[in-house]
Design a protein around this ligand. Structure first.
Ligand code: ZN
Length: 372
């Protein structure tokens, strides 16, 4: 129900914002009922209404989200950027609580993932704006506007969030030395991932191979950043899937890694299903190339069936800003492959294949894009 009302507002807001590109976001000031301003006059100060609009700057091309809260009295609001474990802009409003019309929003992730609004200490409001990939101070601001009696407008808090522009141009050099490589062993802690016929857990296989990849890469002079080094959740035990995955992409985005490799093992209801497969999401010109290089390296060293590479809409490869791949080493659900995946010698060969693939990737990417 809330969603229906919300989408009507959304269409109105987008339409109005499109009328005023290059100017102020007029949609945010539309239709303020005078009564809204006085809603909390007799009780505690309240945030009485929330409106929002998307806006594209005609000059810079930057896309912005503007949130406008009406407030029943003048208040102070301050914001701060939180980069990890997931990127957020947190606004604190002192001495005012959210009224019944001010509810959290699910957004589509284009600029923000969502806006959650809560009461803190019974008298203040916390507004948390979840960002999809990264957030910097320069992307966010908050300010207040005083009551404007002449124009029948209440006190307001305005929050602007600009879509961060990730560095989509990469210029790679050949070789592994000094490359910043994020290795993400899939699952961990409270999340075992797939479980094989003899109870081998995917999270353990992924970690074992990832640690071997790290050792080989460090020996080659690369800087390796692990999303986890042992059996643990990256965000928190039993966290939502999105928080857990976003914590992993955030590590790569904050550290401005060159590439991101997520290591997984596959599973199927059919025990006969087997082979190695690599997924990518083509958001830079190098994602497919990275997947092909990794796949070729793993097939050469691991020698399982070649299931090839495929494009997929997976969170960790989509929400990282650098070229990224998700590899599926083999199937833990296949009894023969389960046995191999638990064998340290096979794990070492797969790790070697991944590292060979990375080396091949940087060589080819350097040729494609010109060296830095
Ligand atoms: Zn997995």
């Amino acid at each position: 129900m809330r969603r229906t009302i919300f989408s009507v507002l959304c269409i109105t807001a987008v339409f109005m914002a499109s009328l005023c590109q290059g100017g102020l976001v007029l949609a945010a000031t539309a239709r303020v009922a005078p009564s809204a301003a006085q809603a909390g006059a007799d009780g505690p100060t309240e945030l009485t209404q929330l409106r929002w609009a998307l806006h594209t700057d005609a000059v810079s091309g930057a896309t912005k989200l503007r949130l406008v809260f009406d407030v029943s009295d003048a208040v102070e609001a301050a914001g701060k950027v939180v980069a990890t474990p997931t990127p957020r802009f947190v606004v604190t409003v002192k001495g005012a609580v959210p009224g019944k019309n001010v509810k959290s929003l699910d957004m589509d992730g284009k600029i923000v993932d969502g806006v959650s609004i809560s009461t803190v200490d019974g008298q203040n409001t916390k507004i948390v704006i979840d960002m999809p990939t990264m957030v910097e101070e320069s992307n966010c601001r908050v300010f207040t506007l005083k009551k404007d009696l002449a124009n029948n407008k209440p006190n307001r808090i305005v929050v602007d969030v600009e879509k961060p522009v990730p560095p989509m141009e990469f210029h790679f050099t050949p070789g592994l030395k000094d490359k910043v490589i994020v290795i993400d062993p899939g699952h961990g802690g409270s999340d075992p991932g797939a479980i094989g016929p003899t109870r081998i857990q995917e999270k353990d296989v992924n970690l074992a191979v990832a640690l071997k990849v790290r050792e080989l890469l460090e020996r080659a002079g690369a800087e390796v950043i692990m999303t986890r080094r042992d059996d643990r959740d990256v965000f928190a035990p039993d966290a939502s899937a999105v928080d857990e995955l976003k914590a992993r992409t955030t590590i790569a985005n904050v550290r401005k890694a060159d590439v991101f490799v997520s290591i997984h093992s596959n599973s199927s209801v059919s025990r006969a299903a087997g082979g190695t497969e690599t997924f990518y999401y083509q958001k830079t010109r190098y994602d497919a190339l990275l997947a092909q290089s990794l796949q070729a390296g793993m097939i050469e060293k691991g020698n399982l069936d070649d299931r090839g590479t495929a494009s997929a809409n997976f969170y960790v490869i989509k929400r990282t800003v650098m070229p990224a791949s998700l590899v599926e080493l083999g199937f833990v659900s296949n009894p023969d492959e389960e046995k191999r995946l638990a064998d340290p010698q096979f794990e070492q060969r797969m790790a070697r294949g991944i590292v060979d693939g990375l080396e091949d990737f940087f060589a080819k990417a350097a040729k494609q894009g010109g060296e830095r």
